[in-house]
Design a protein around this ligand. Structure first.
Ligand SMILES: Cc1cc2nc3c(=O)[nH]c(=O)nc-3n(C[C@H](O)[C@H](O)[C@H](O)COP(=O)(O)O)c2cc1C
Length: 353
């Protein structure tokens, strides 16, 4: 099957089927309401600076696509909405344009979003199989992106029949890339999260995007496509480290900049991720439908709703700036609480800070 055909199928499945993990662990977190906020709602400042650029509030639209004319339309709509609302954007895997540079224009959206923080994207297996800093520079420079995310997608690859299962020496490859690249470099999961043990090896990077369990499940997406090993792929549907646990683990490991993603669906979720230790959040799936419809107004409206909810969460937590959220108490219930306990997370710190 061609990469183009596969990408088309992925998008179609994401639009038409239930592809999310069975539980969103961000629902297992609550804040301590402040009856005396001591801030005026209209004076609350939501902006943050990340990787050298300003965001009007801590949000990216996460990596989704590129490489086809359909993908160009999606990327263009997302870019316009991000420029208008002053948030960041991740592009989908740029393998297609590296292998066929005539496809570069399907990622080249800088002209529609001249100020945004724009993140390029290449999979780790491509580097294991021979890409070097040359391909990384090409991917970022050709489309005037600001930095690169190398995606770690072992769960996705092992779930798909044509999957690329080359991951050996990944860490030393990332180290070499970091030494040679003149722009920020992050590692990004794609829905299964990053543990403390892995994060401890990644502190030399500029950051990580946890893309944890709780939102889009790539095994779920591949389940609908599978015509062999279907039951095995189904058993992987909920494999991974929940997003909030992964953020807390990356924080403990000492990761510099953490992007919280995987099931972030509301502005309240964004506030929870920031309170756990993330610097910003990423959301992919909920933006896919309006982007496919090239409905920039609908994208903007969704982003504005998220921003308003984020501001309400700040207000009810008595926060003037996003950074204040990091000192507000958090409570954990349900499955998340049990997992955090087993991972020896410091509940006292979160409950009483
Ligand atoms: C249609 C689609 C395509 C995606 N393609 C990529 C990709 O090329 N590279 C990547 O790093 N992540 C990719 N992702 C993963 C997302 O960037 C994100 O990490 C993941 O979907 C979790 O976020 P969500 O629950 O908000 O969707 C894709 C997600 C979707 C829904």
């Amino acid at each position: 099957m061609t990469t183009e055909r596969r990408k088309f199928e992925h998008i179609k499945i994401c639009l038409e089927e239930d592809v999310q993990s069975k539980h969103n662990y961000l629902e297992d977190i609550s804040f301590l309401h402040s009856a005396l906020p001591e801030v005026n709602f209209d004076d609350i400042e939501t902006e943050v600076k990340i990787f050298g650029k300003r965001l009007s509030f801590p949000l990216f639209i996460s990596a989704m696509t590129g490489g086809t004319e359909e993908a160009l339309k999606i990327n263009k709509a997302i870019a316009k909405a991000c420029q208008k609302t002053e948030i960041g954007m991740g592009l989908g895997s740029q393998r297609a344009m590296i292998e066929d540079p005539s496809l570069t224009h399907t990622y080249d959206i800088r002209k529609y979003a001249k100020d945004i923080l724009l993140i390029g994207n290449i999979g780790l297996p491509q580097f294991v199989k021979g890409y070097t800093e040359k391909e990384a520079m090409f991917a970022v420079n050709e489309i005037k992106a600001d930095m690169l995310a190398v995606h770690l997608n072992s769960l996705q690859e092992v779930s798909q029949p044509e999957g690329d299962l080359s991951f050996k020496n990944g860490l030393s490859i990332l180290k070499k890339l970091k030494e040679k690249l003149p722009f920020p470099l992050i590692a990004k999961e794609t829905g299964a999260g990053i543990s403390r043990e892995v994060a401890e090896h990644l502190t030399f990077l500029d950051g990580v995007d946890v893309a944890g369990l709780g939102g889009t499940s790539w095994s779920a997406v591949e389940y609908y496509r599978a015509n062999q090993h279907k039951e095995t792929v189904k058993r992987l549907w909920n494999w991974g480290i929940p997003t909030p646990l992964s953020i807390a683990e990356c924080k403990v490991a000492g990761i510099r900049t953490i992007i919280g993603s995987g099931g972030v669906r509301t502005g309240f979720d964004i506030a929870k991720c920031i309170a756990l230790g993330a610097s910003a959040c990423g959301i992919a799936l909920p933006f896919l439908k309006p982007a496919v419809e090239e409905n920039v107004d609908a994208l903007v409206e969704k982003i504005e709703t998220l921003k308003r909810e984020f501001k309400i969460a700040m207000f009810l937590n008595s926060c003037q700036n996003p950074i204040d959220l990091k000192t507000r108490p958090l409570f954990f219930t349900g499955e998340l609480s049990k997992l955090m306990e087993q991972r020896e997370m410091d509940f006292h710190y979160f409950n009483y800070r």
